[in-house]
Write a new protein. Structure first.
Lengths: 78, 307
């Protein structure tokens, strides 16, 4: 069992609430070239789909990603 | 080859989003807000899950899960790894769990309720709205195990937009004490039916047989399927190497017999992570042979698999 860590104290000055964590995707690449993805972002799904265009599951997930247009706002997560 | 879910055999059917019948119920945000005081009342003697610790979590971490009165979040991002009809989903992951699955894919932050940052419901709701503007079709709350953090869970639901389908991903090991607090809030229930027998539950997740995990989960699945007919139930099972016969087979048979027609998500992307190495059969990914066996069984039992 993991012992709990004490909750950190509140900061003295009000500040914007922190984002929980930078968005990330974890990849595990096996020696045979199989790639597992966890917390798969739409952008990375599009990249992975190009590695294996014959994978219908990844193609379906990649198809949901719309690349941002040049006039779109920047990513909200710093 | 990227592999994160069961390969689909034909072009996907038109995606059917769960619809929320707001004409029949008060807004879920109102329901959730009303229940917050009731949820707080559960913390001094917490029996929210099958362990029934009766621990006092009202002021500090306690119980087997070491969870305190307020939850923390270790991830909040748009994800496309889940079931096709739910994605892209803005997924909010709460830290801390009541299980100790050695194969847990999120490992440390799942087990440690102090991981991540404090949850700020309004800020989370702002991020969710932003994600929806950028294409997310659902909002998902998961863990760890989100039902442990019942107060924060309700605070989140109270802050989130009412017009976006809301998904709860859970291990479904909550008790009847949690049910009235959860009822009617979610458009999609996404529970795991992890183990087909008590021995695997004990060996792989340290669930004592006395906790009656099978009965707890299956009773909850029946409740999810019946208490709010407008909600969608998708039962998940993570296929694990060496556990098709002992776990998936009894689960599949139970689903076919007790919840025929219920959508089933057969997760084939087992990832040997965290403490999976403690078990010889879990040191490798799922084989193609086992995946084929499991899929064939599902088809033989006419289980409606979802991609």
């Amino acid at each position: 069992m993991i012992p709990p860590n004490p909750t950190p104290p509140d900061p003295p000055n009000p500040a914007p609430p922190p984002h929980p964590a930078p968005a990330s995707t974890d990849l595990m690449i096996l020696p045979d070239g199989t790639i597992y993805a966890r917390n798969l972002s739409p952008e990375l799904a599009a990249i992975l789909a190009t590695l294996n265009p014959a994978d219908p599951s990844m193609a379906a997930r990649a198809g949901l990603h719309t690349p941002p247009s040049p006039s779109s706002s920047p990513c909200p997560n710093p | 080859m990227p592999r994160d879910s069961t390969p689909i055999e034909s072009p996907p059917a038109p995606l059917l989003l769960p619809t929320r019948r707001t004409d029949l119920l008060p807004p879920r945000s109102s329901l959730a807000r009303e229940r917050i005081p009731l949820a707080q009342d559960t913390l001094p003697s917490c029996n929210l899950c099958l362990h029934r610790c009766a621990a006092n979590r009202s002021t500090h971490p306690a119980g087997l899960c070491h969870a305190g009165p307020a939850a923390r979040c270790f991830a909040a991002q748009t994800d496309v790894a889940d079931e096709l009809e739910l994605i892209p989903s803005f997924a909010v992951s709460l830290s801390g769990c009541n299980l100790r699955c050695d194969f847990c894919i999120t490992g440390q932050p799942s087990w440690n309720p102090a991981a991540g940052s404090p949850v700020h419901p309004r800020e989370t709701a702002r991020l969710a709205r932003l994600a929806v503007q950028r294409g997310a079709r659902t909002i998902m709350i998961l863990g760890g195990e989100p039902t442990l953090h019942i107060v924060t869970l309700l605070e989140l639901v109270a802050a989130l937009p009412d017009d976006v389908p809301l998904v709860l991903k859970t291990n479904a090991m909550f008790t009847e004490q949690a049910r009235p607090l959860l009822a009617g809030l979610f458009d999609v229930w996404l529970p795991d039916l992890k183990f087909g027998n008590a021995d695997c539950a004990r060996r792989l997740a340290a669930i004592p047989p006395s906790a009656q995990a099978w009965t707890t989960v299956t009773d909850n699945l029946i409740w999810m399927a019946t208490h709010h007919p407008a909600a969608t139930l998708i039962v998940r099972h993570l296929l694990m190497p060496g556990h098709v016969a002992c776990c998936w087979q009894p689960i599949a048979q139970w689903l076919a017999h007790t919840l025929p027609g219920t959508k089933v998500s057969l997760r084939s992307g087992f990832w040997p992570a965290w403490h999976a190495h403690r078990h010889p059969e879990l040191r490798t990914p799922l084989s193609h042979t086992e995946l084929a066996q499991a899929t064939r069984l599902a088809h033989d039992l006419h289980l409606p698999l979802v991609p």
